[in-house]
Design a protein around this ligand. Structure first.
Ligand code: C2E
Ligand code: CA
Ligand code: CA
Length: 694
């Protein structure tokens, strides 16, 4: 078989060939012939032969490899990707593939005919995908069909504790011999043989000693897996089980102790002493109680010797310990912490437990630096692990400090220290903070809003504005997002950024969320004739934490006679971090047909594993990315998000479109839907004549 000579090949015009160029190369003589497409890609200069252009353009590091590949080409289909350095210094990537090879008697190629094309864009896209893979929190590995590792991301290096150089190119069983004969092996073989995805949890012994959750998918090259270290998660569960047992034991002990105590109360004198003690001490920890503490503070304030500082301390994870491990464990923790406190204080200091996990200390005659030293000691003591049953619990504390100003009363001093404590928590816990009068002003403002928010609900001051979203190509209206608005009787319109966090902190988010969902569904019924139209509402983490959201939404939908497909909820990535609770409710909603969107995508720490596990249908690209879309970096980020969405078969919606240029660029990037001030601002339903817009 002789290939047609290049000159006689029937060549379609370059445009119709989609930028694919043809060449013919004779290795022995070095003769290279190419067509106008390649002359264009290589940007030849007049008077140069193609071989001269080739040698001048191709990156010096790549030349030997490319020449070797093709002169040794035993068969067609040999290919290489290599770099060209353009006159302005930019790098282009070309892919060259041999389509026909003639061999001499020694087996070496004597003539190679092939095609070449510019793959710069897909190379760069590949590089962006790699950037993305490098930044995710899952370990990511790619394998060829022989299970040789071809790609290892940064997280995988960290989790496995091995540098990539030690992993790349090696067969997985060589590096992890203990995986042979385990679920790892059977699952990987299945993925390769049957080309199906698998996910499983499995333990890997020494040297990793780790439980991993693995998700394996077939790929063109072989297989890719992403995985997470779930050792801590499993240990937590184990610890919880142990503590449950300890809690039962503690219960029994407490009962025995009560019986003993009853016997001890035999004599009248003992009873009197006990009563006096009980009146001034906290029953659980034996520290002073609130009323005795207040009395002693009053005495010290009245005596007026030197500075008085109040220290308010509260355990950071106490509620969690109590809720997840039971009250017996919570009480044990309080007793242990309480025991440590008096040892850290001087003889004139007073320490008390005010209730719950709140402890308070009054220091007399110490300057601020001295008071901080004491606070630091308390923080350190709180960090020490506490043994409950057979398990150890670690916790941290936050401390607020306030100095008694002239005229201070017990109440103002404690209140100021409490405000400072609030600041310490707000700043990230496990730290101390001083009372600050300005911050206190802001807090008062917030407290006032907090108080008003309760009545806002009952007097119908919270409503929804609706912002439309459109299909990027057809500009067809696809739905609206309901955004909460609070018409405050004195302050005017309060933004959701201000009152939603307050509602979350106070627990009002649940009734508020119910109210909002009810309003949105009522409104959606009025828009039900619009084909395919969806009304979305935002749902916060707190709403998902307690069970019942799915019941409520599905109940409201049924009562209103609205198809679940006409309703959607938006949650942020951070909400999805607490996966168990969130996925339970979301899975039920999705199963019924309600759409689930991830809001503000890209601003959190994305996890591929999470994306694939949850029933999500839309990724909402955060406004900050849209804002940057005109820069190269911003555009690259959008491209990666769109690609990622495609992998997981999700639609993308870009938020915050403000200019026609942004809309155009997002359309180009392949984004499906868009919303923003350019297309429509949030407005009350009455001002949004949606029906006529369609
Ligand atoms: P979000 O869900 O990301 O909502 C989009 C925000 O961007 C809205 O602010 C919207 O008015 C604004 N926006 C829309 N298009 C543009 C634009 O082109 N340019 C600019 N600069 N901004 C635009 P809004 O209404 O103040 O809401 C703020 C956040 O409050 C929301 O962010 C959402 O996280 C939360 N939120 C709003 N309503 C609710 C609700 O009913 N429940 C819960 N849990 N959260 C809500
Ligand atoms: Ca939203
Ligand atoms: Ca958003």
């Amino acid at each position: 078989m002789t290939p047609p000579a290049l000159a006689s090949v029937e060549i379609a015009p370059a445009a119709r060939r989609g930028g694919i160029g043809l060449y013919e190369w004779h290795p022995a003589s070095g003769l290279l012939l190419w067509d106008d497409v390649l002359a264009g890609i290589f940007a030849d200069r007049s008077g140069e032969t193609p071989m001269q252009t080739w040698c001048r353009r191709v990156h010096l590091d790549d030349q030997p490899r490319v020449l070797d590949t093709f002169s040794a080409a035993a068969r067609p289909e040999s290919e290489a990707v290599y770099r060209l350095v353009m006159d302005d210094g930019r790098i282009r990537h070309v892919l060259s593939r041999a389509t026909y090879v003639e061999h001499g008697p020694d087996g070496a190629a004597t003539k190679v005919v092939g095609v070449m094309l510019d793959v710069t864009e897909s190379q760069e896209e590949g590089a962006r995908l790699v950037d993305m893979l490098e930044s995710i929190s899952d370990g990511f590995l790619a394998f060829d069909r022989d299970l040789r590792m071809t790609y290892v991301n940064r997280t995988a290096e960290t989790v496995l504790g091995m540098p990539r150089a030690d992993l790349l190119g090696r067969v997985v069983w060589e590096v992890f011999p203990d995986a042979l004969g385990t679920k790892f092996e059977s699952m990987y073989r299945r993925v390769l043989a049957e080309r199906v995805g698998e996910s499983f949890d499995e333990y890997y012994p020494e040297p990793l000693n780790m439980w991993v959750q693995v998700n394996a998918q077939p790929s063109e090259e072989g297989m890719v897996i992403y995985f997470q270290d779930i050792t801590a998660r499993r240990a937590e569960q184990h610890e919880r089980e142990l503590l449950l047992a300890a809690e039962q034991l503690a219960c029994q002990e407490a009962q025995d102790a009560r019986l003993d105590a009853e016997r001890a109360r035999a004599t009248g004198e003992q009873v009197r002493q006990q009563l006096a003690y009980q009146a001034t001490h906290d029953g659980l920890t034996g520290l002073l109680n609130r009323s005795e503490f207040e009395r002693q503070v009053q005495l010290r304030l009245a005596a007026g010797h030197g500075p008085v500082v109040a220290l308010f301390m509260d355990l950071d994870r106490f509620k969690l310990v109590n809720d997840s491990l039971g009250h017996a464990a919570g009480d044990a923790l309080l007793v242990h912490v309480a025991r440590r406190l008096p040892r850290l204080l001087g003889p004139h200091d007073v320490v008390a437990r005010l209730g719950g996990d709140e402890f308070v200390v009054l220091l007399t005659g110490r300057d601020p630096a001295g008071a901080e030293q004491v606070a630091a000691r308390l923080l350190e003591a709180a960090r020490l692990p506490v043994l409950v049953g057979n398990s150890s619990i670690t916790t941290t504390a936050s401390v607020g400090l306030a100095t008694a100003s002239p005229g201070a009363t017990v109440q103002t001093l404690l209140r100021d220290a409490d405000v400072a404590l609030y600041r310490a928590k707000d700043a990230g816990r496990d730290r101390l903070a001083w009372f600050d009068a300005d911050a206190h002003g802001q807090l008062l403002d917030r407290i006032a809003l907090e108080a008003d928010l309760g009545s806002a609900l009952t007097s119908n001051q919270v409503g929804l504005h609706y912002q439309p979203a459109f299909d990027v190509t057809s500009l067809r209206l696809i739905g609206v997002e309901g955004l909460a608005r609070w018409r405050h009787p004195r302050r005017g319109m309060v933004r959701p950024d201000v009152f939603i966090p307050i509602a979350e902190d106070t627990g009002l988010i649940r009734p508020l969320g119910r109210h909002i969902i009810g309003l949105a569904i009522q409104q959606a019924v009025l828009w039900a004739d619009l084909p395919g139209f969806i009304v979305w509402v935002n749902v916060s983490g707190r709403q998902l934490e307690t069970p019942g959201l799915a019941d409520q939404v599905l109940g409201d939908l049924a009562a209103a006679g609205l198809a679940p497909e006409r309703f959607g909820v938006e949650v942020t990535e951070s909400v999805l971090m607490d996966e168990r609770a969130a996925s339970r409710e979301l899975t039920r909603l999705a199963a019924a047909g309600v759409s689930i969107a991830i809001d503000d995508f890209g601003t959190g720490y994305s996890s591929l594993a999470r994306l694939s596990r949850l029933p999500i249908s839309v990724l909402k690209i955060d406004r900050s990315f849209v804002n940057d879309v005109e820069t190269a970096h911003g555009r690259a980020a959008i491209d990666v998000i769109v690609q990622l969405a495609r992998i997981f078969e999700l639609a993308t919606l870009a938020e915050g479109i403000e200019t026609p240029r942004q809309l155009e660029l997002l359309r180009e990037a392949g984004c499906d839907y868009a919303s923003g001030y350019l297309l429509g601002r949030p407005a009350p339903a009455s001002e949004r004549p949606l029906v006529s817009a369609v």
